[in-house]
Design a protein around this ligand. Structure first.
Ligand code: SF4
Ligand code: SF4
Length: 251
């Protein structure tokens, strides 16, 4: 798997990057101003989460739409067509990380309307516990935190449990809500090679579409404003933590 590909600054790429940047800048400025008004370092906390919810949902939807535009501008530059298609969820056996707090809130806000919420939370708990046990086992081998996390991600993928949001045929049941971590992963080779044993081989050409550093910095600036909620950046652990604010979100 390639971690990074070069992107050329085509016109559509520049437009998409500018749109993403200006959206993020505006939200970061809004949160900076809100924090200043409230006389504290970070804008969002348990005390105003409910009140801020409509804007969080609106912003996240806009962020995902702007990222999708950016993706289009990047993917059109790739020499070979991507092979990703519906019901081809081998990559949905990974343990998604680097999920932003506002994305967790956005997705959880829809999940909480579902009758199977409890079941979903139990599935998230089971996966989160398993990842933690892989992580601890790696640390027991004397690895650093970063090395242990990389090892645990690999162990988890090899464990081969599909995401609880994938249905019986391998489609994502939360597709419009999925996080950037789930949107950014592609393959130019057959989906059958998106498996743990083929990942590091030449048969697999999968890659992640990263955002430019300036955009990443803006995302970080926004996410910092959610620090008081203390949400983990892992997908399953993060959803469980938002579930802890059920009473606040329910109003
Ligand atoms: S990354 Fe691989 S498994 Fe995932 S959607 Fe693309 S081709 Fe399918
Ligand atoms: S949320 Fe959807 S896209 Fe993401 S891992 Fe789960 S099933 Fe796959």
């Amino acid at each position: 798997m390639e971690a990074y590909k070069e992107y050329f600054p085509t016109k559509s790429y520049r437009i998409a990057e500018m749109r993403l940047s200006s959206l993020l800048r505006a939200e970061r400025d809004r949160l900076d101003a809100l924090a200043a008004t409230l006389g504290r370092e970070f804008a969002i906390g348990p005390d105003n989460l409910r009140e801020q919810l409509p804007r969080i949902l609106e912003f996240t939807k806009e962020y995902h739409a702007a990222y999708d535009q950016y993706l289009k501008a990047v993917l059109v530059q790739q020499p070979r067509p991507i092979q990703c298609r519906p019901a081809c969820g081998n990559c949905c056996h990974h343990y998604p990380m680097s999920v932003e707090p506002f994305e967790l809130i956005y997705m959880y806000n829809e999940l909480r309307k579902r009758d199977d919420l409890l079941l979903l939370m139990e599935s998230c708990q089971m996966r989160s516990d398993k990842f933690e046990s892989f992580f601890e086992a790696r640390k027991d081998l004397g690895l650093s935190e970063d090395e242990a996390e990389d090892g645990a991600l690999h162990d988890y993928f090899s464990w081969w449990r599909v995401c609880p949001f994938s249905n019986a045929v391998g489609d994502c049941t939360v597709y419009p809500l999925r996080t950037v971590s789930c949107r950014m992963y592609f393959s130019e080779t057959d989906p059958k090679y998106c498996t743990p044993d083929m990942l590091q081989t030449e048969k697999n050409d999968s890659y992640i579409v990263y955002m430019p550093d300036t955009v990443e910095d803006a995302v970080y600036g926004i996410s910092e404003h959610y620090s008081a909620l203390d949400l983990p950046e892992s997908f399953f652990g993060g959803l469980l933590a938002v579930n802890g604010y059920e009473g606040v979100l329910g109003g």
